[in-house]
Design a protein around this ligand. Structure first.
Ligand code: B4P
Length: 187
């Protein structure tokens, strides 16, 4: 049995930053669907060609494609000790796809990152300037926030009903936020 830990939160909330640290410290696989999709785009795969314009516009890649990609990833050896899902699920159908894996890959914890919108915009635009990431633009941010509210935020209720949610105040020093998450892995 390999436990899954879901990192849920709006764009720029710091899911990727914290997922990398937690995965490294606790020997878990770090699965970022955003990173995986960007790799497909840069290697020009069929999935990458479909995903490119959606990513740039801040829209979600179709569920069936992301679910297939994720399920294949979970079969890789490094997931045996458990994994952090960074940016998956982002929709109800994606969350339901995990329910069918419950015996082998149960969802153990869900961390909901809370950050106000002004701070998110600041972080994302700064990252855009520093890395040139093609979806870190004003137009795309607006769409990404709308998509988050409509498609992803309902997952908080979905996992609350299962008593799996831990809310994380994700404003402040990276190290302090890390400490508030890592304590759940030491219980
Ligand atoms: P993601 O790659 O998941 O992008 P994100 O939500 O913007 O990033 P994250 O919250 O991880 O922020 P980060 O740590 O980097 O998704 C990109 C796109 O891929 C989506 O829009 C969608 O198109 C597609 N996609 C991905 N998954 C999908 C799915 N399941 N279904 C369909 N489509 C999918 O932090 C942001 C910035 O803040 C960084 O620069 C960081 O250095 C900084 N930062 C972090 N912590 C900070 C702190 N405490 N204080 C100040 N700055 C901080």
């Amino acid at each position: 049995m390999s436990e899954l830990n879901i990192f849920l939160g709006p764009p720029g909330a710091g899911k990727g930053t914290q997922a990398l640290k937690i995965a490294t410290e606790f020997g878990l696989a770090h699965i970022s669907t955003g990173d995986m999709l960007r790799e497909h785009v840069s290697s020009g795969t069929e999935l990458g060609n479909i995903a490119k314009s959606l990513l740039d516009e801040g829209k979600l890649v179709p569920d069936e494609l992301v679910i297939k990609m994720l399920l294949e990833r979970l079969n890789i050896e490094d997931c045996k000790n458990g994994a952090i899902l960074d940016g998956f699920p982002r929709t109800l159908p994606q969350a339901k796809s995990l329910e069918s894996l419950d015996k082998e890959f149960p969802v153990a914890r869900v961390f909901v990152f809370e950050v106000n919108e002004d701070e998110l915009v600041k972080r994302i635009l700064l990252r855009g300037e520093m890395t040139g990431r093609s979806d870190d633009t004003k137009d795309s941010i607006k769409v990404r926030f709308e998509v988050y509210k409509q498609d992803t935020q309902p997952l908080v209720d979905f996992y609350n009903e299962k008593n799996l949610v831990n809310v994380i105040d994700a404003v402040g020093e990276v190290e302090d936020i890390y400490n508030s998450i890592s304590r759940y892995f030491k219980l």
